[in-house]
Design a protein around this ligand. Structure first.
Ligand SMILES: Cc1cc2nc3c(=O)[nH]c(=O)nc-3n(C[C@H](O)[C@H](O)[C@H](O)COP(=O)(O)OP(=O)(O)OC[C@H]3O[C@@H](n4cnc5c(N)ncnc54)[C@H](O)[C@@H]3O)c2cc1C
Length: 561
């Protein structure tokens, strides 16, 4: 090889070597810079399962109180979970009827900060020339603005023997007349006997009998409770009673009657079931949660609809990522620092990967019972029942927000009168009534499996049978199924503690809300679990979750406020 060729070959090798080393060094430099930048700029992430009240409150509060990025994954296409509003042909349906009332001031203020109280009369106030309502100074005008809370009057009565009774039952002339002398005497004697002869409170049946006496229990609680749970109250735990009708008894009823006659109007001293006013978003509960979801996104959080959490990956005892799947079947693994779950415990436990789940925990979670729910929305030109109370109503319509149906010959449990929740739920408020018929069932049973058309036909016939509507007055109808509306208090519910203890061993996993804790939590309780979780994350107090689980169990949450 000549000298010149040798030099050229050497130069080519040098060139190749320099280029290779140069590229490697650039690559390494880029990698190092990216990792350094990532570690400086990468925000901590919290994945939240469920865009119901608990999940959205958690997302909103994380953005407000920390620098953590929330990613809310919601399996359905709707915001609000079971507190959503369903729209059908321009009429809006509140599934279950959601009163916005809490004994917790933080929750009350939170709602009103999202949607301020009305400063002017609503459509029905204007039609009625209602004057005794106090409107917020500088508050929005519901006739012109949408982001507003209305102040509503709670009226709910019991429909029994084709007549109306106060809910809760009150000792007044009409009650005696409607019940008849013999029934009333039996009720009085039964109550006096229950005062001196207390039964052990080991069932819901005994819980009610101790407070009302057997005849009143048989008249007003036995059938209704069985409709709700599909199980006789003698086989249900007393826990549901103590949460559902907290502190309610004949003594509470008498105290309330005394307060109404001589006392103050201070709601904070009234048992939950007796509260007479509540606040309510102009377009139903879903509107508030849609507004919160919008605000979460505006502040930089993510809300992904039609995205189910399918797996929760745990490494060295901590959640490191969450697997999600979209309706189109696209899968993704989202790395995270925290996981907040409002999904049912029954689904959460089997989704855990990378951690040994004890056999007992798996079995208890798998067997947790639920009650499901069907609502039929009926648009009618008028109801057959009329206003016979002293309350002023538009066109002499019944004043009730909802009515408990205690009649034994029908399956309907409750009737919602949406016109009275908010006039804005109804497309043509002045000429139509928009009502919701509520049925309790279990997914897979005969009621659940009935086709929507057949169900609507039966529902209309039932309401006509008990003289509430005429079938020919029905203008339109819809049918909605809601899964797991009620976490039930029987079966493996009584071994739930082992599930809770196991889940608490994972410090960055939080169980929030209603099905997330398998507790009969209302919106306010569900939100309070989110408040507590965000506080724990903010203050780095991840080991002890007692405050989160204690929401809606401690007396002070119910009674002392
Ligand atoms: C008939 C009825 C009447 C009621 N009335 C009132 C009332 O008057 N006042 C009141 O305050 N409360 C009321 N409630 C209770 C209220 O609806 C609940 O407390 C509240 O909605 C619970 O909020 P949550 O976020 O815990 O759960 P949910 O509202 O159930 O939301 C959970 C969300 O998680 C989603 N999800 C589940 N699994 C997954 C998964 N794997 N991946 C992604 N997403 C998932 C669900 O689709 C759902 O959207 C009522 C409830 C019912 C059934």
């Amino acid at each position: 090889m000549k000298y010149g060729e040798l030099v050229q070959k050497h130069l080519r090798m040098c060139n190749f070597y320099c280029t290779f080393v140069g590229r490697i060094s650039i690559y390494v430099q880029e990698k190092v810079t990216k990792t350094m930048t990532d570690s400086v700029t990468r925000k901590r992430v919290a994945v939240i399962a469920g865009a119901g009240p608990a999940g959205l409150t958690a997302a909103y509060e994380l953005l407000r109180q920390t620098d953590i990025q929330p990613i809310v994954c919601e399996q359905t296409n709707a915001i609000g979970g079971i507190s959503q509003t369903v729209e059908y042909h321009g009429n809006r349906m509140d599934i279950g009827g959601h009163r916005f009332f809490s004994k917790n001031d933080e929750v009350m203020q939170w709602w009103q900060q999202i949607m301020p109280m009305q400063g002017h009369p609503a459509k029905d106030d204007l039609l009625l020339h209602e004057t005794d309502k106090v409107y917020a100074q500088d508050g929005p005008d519901p006739e012109k603005e949408d982001r507003t809370m209305l102040l509503r009057r709670r009226v709910s009565r019991i429909f029994f023997l084709r007549k109306f009774f106060d809910y809760p039952i009150s000792m007044k002339k009409e009650t005696f007349l409607n019940m008849g002398f013999v029934r009333m005497m039996r009720a009085g004697i039964g109550y006096l006997w229950a005062c001196v002869h207390k039964l052990p409170e080991d069932s819901l049946e005994n819980f009610y009998i101790n407070r009302f006496g057997r005849p009143l229990y048989e008249m007003f609680f036995e059938d209704y409770t069985e409709k709700v749970w599909g199980i006789h109250p003698s086989k249900l735990g007393a826990d549901w009673g103590s949460q559902r009708v907290k502190g309610l008894s004949i003594i509470a009823v008498l105290k309330d009657m005394w307060r109404k006659s001589f006392g103050t109007k201070d709601n904070t001293h009234v048992e939950t079931s007796l509260i007479e006013q509540f606040i309510y978003p102009k377009y139903g509960p879903g509107q508030l949660w849609e507004t919160v979801a919008h605000d979460v996104q505006a502040r930089g959080g993510e809300v992904r609809l039609q995205t189910s959490v399918t797996g929760v990956n745990v490494q060295d005892g901590r959640v490191t990522s969450v697997r999600v799947q979209t309706v189109e079947g696209k899968e993704e693994t989202i790395p995270c620092d925290f996981f907040l779950s409002t999904m049912p415990l029954k689904d959460l436990v089997p989704s855990l990967q990378g951690i040994r789940v004890p056999e007992e925990v798996q079995q208890v979670a798998q067997a947790l019972p639920y009650r499901d729910f069907i609502t039929v929305g009926l648009l009618v030109s008028k109801l057959k029942i009329r206003n016979e109370t002293k309350l002023k109503t538009y066109a002499e319509r019944v004043p009730d927000t909802w009515i408990y149906i205690q009649e034994r010959d029908v399956k309907i449990g409750r009737l919602q009168v949406f016109n009275n929740w908010s006039p804005y739920l109804v497309k043509d408020y002045e000429n139509t009534m928009w009502i919701g018929l509520e049925y309790f069932c279990t997914e897979g049973d005969a009621m659940w499996n009935t086709s929507p058309e057949d169900f609507i036909r039966t529902a209309k016939a039932e309401l006509a049978k008990i003289d509430i509507i005429r079938e020919e007055d029905v203008l339109d109808a819809c049918h909605v199924r809601i899964r797991k509306a009620y976490p039930a208090y029987y079966g493996s519910y009584y071994q739930l503690d082992c599930v809770r203890k196991f889940l608490d061993t994972v410090p960055n996993l939080f169980c929030l809300g209603r099905n997330g804790q398998h507790r009969y939590n209302n919106m306010d309780h569900s939100m309070l679990t989110a408040f507590e979780a965000v506080r724990a994350i903010r203050d780095n107090q991840l080991e002890d979750k007692t405050n989160i689980w204690n929401v809606n169990t401690e007396a002070e949450y119910h009674e002392s406020k």
